[in-house]
Design a protein around this ligand. Sequence first.
Ligand code: PLP
Length: 393
Amino acid sequence: MAISRKMEESMSRSSWIRQMFEEGERMKQIHGAANVFDFSLGNPVLEPPPEVHASLIRLLQSNHGLHRYMPNAGLPGTRQFVADELSLQSGLKFDKTDVVMSVGAGGGLNALFKAILDPEDEVVALAPYFVEYGFYVDNHGGKLVVAHTDKTFQPDLNNLDAVMTSKTKAVIINSPNNPTGVVYSRETINQLGAFLREQEKQWGHPIFLISDEPYRNIVFDDIHPGNVFLSHPNSVMVTSHSKDLGLAGERIGFVAIHPDMEDRKALQNALVLTTRILGFVNAPALMQHLLPELKGVRISSAIYQDLRDLFYDALTGMGFKIIKPHGAFYMFPESPVNDEIEFIRQALTENLLLVPGRGFGSPGYFRIAYCFERDKIERSLERFERLAQFYGL
Ligand code: PLP
């Protein structure tokens, strides 16, 4: 075998979303794209806000040298822009050196894990969790440890306490959450911060609170996510504009370090180096030039809230059990049968593509992504209705 055993094993572990993708492609060939309802991927169909293209055109017409190498941490003006925004949101004083621009949130998380993990160090994720965390932590020699959330998908401090060890280097949270759509309140984040400070005392070393928050600006019902920078000095935010500006393919994000972190200089320098030696060199130049032009510009959450209302109301009306999502564009309903793979297979007979919960560390559930055209969701409902009837909901 030409590829490594480790990669072979990783490929088999990542197979659920891939299998769904391949199945979707096969079904589209047979039934036509309009008759296949692929809710498996969180790849939004919304175009970026009009200001994005207008600013890009302006930039391209009026500037030179937009495409060159730059300092590994990013353009100083863009880092300052991000630092100023973070200062405004938190009331803390961020400096541009606290910000390192990244290749999306995924690139930022890899740069961060490479910077903080020694072999066998543990990172705790709260299940259900974004499946790539396991791979990202493993990329840098660490070990992902899982603590389950409670029945409403909120952090459960008892479960968290049970998995903390002397090797715990970080806890990673994601709010608004993929795959559940739940949002952690300010109180919840404060409780997490207090918990981690206790743990730091117990184990005698810093424990990072990593907040992966590419969906922070996609929230509904006037609910706002808590801010980790107000709860724990050893916190790091990793985010991107993949979702809130609809720029997923352009790969622009950043890592921000708490301005009161004791070792922040060392972490800043480490991130500059890891960005370089992971081969990113720097985050995409054109997107970095663009960001300061887009102050306050975001995709409208109202569009996703409308889709959430449509889908959530219809499915719960049919008898599906779902914790109501307040952000992002995912729902994580309970499977009507214990083995959600059986349910996923039954859904395929209706040309519905969904992802099994075990792909997120939580069997017995399934994920629906609803970042698609309203019409597609509306046309899918009769199919969900037949599934509900099939399972006697
Ligand atoms: N974190 C979560 C929870 C995500 O859902 C995603 C993308 O779907 C990412 C990180 C990666 O985002 P990016 O496209 O910015 O790398």
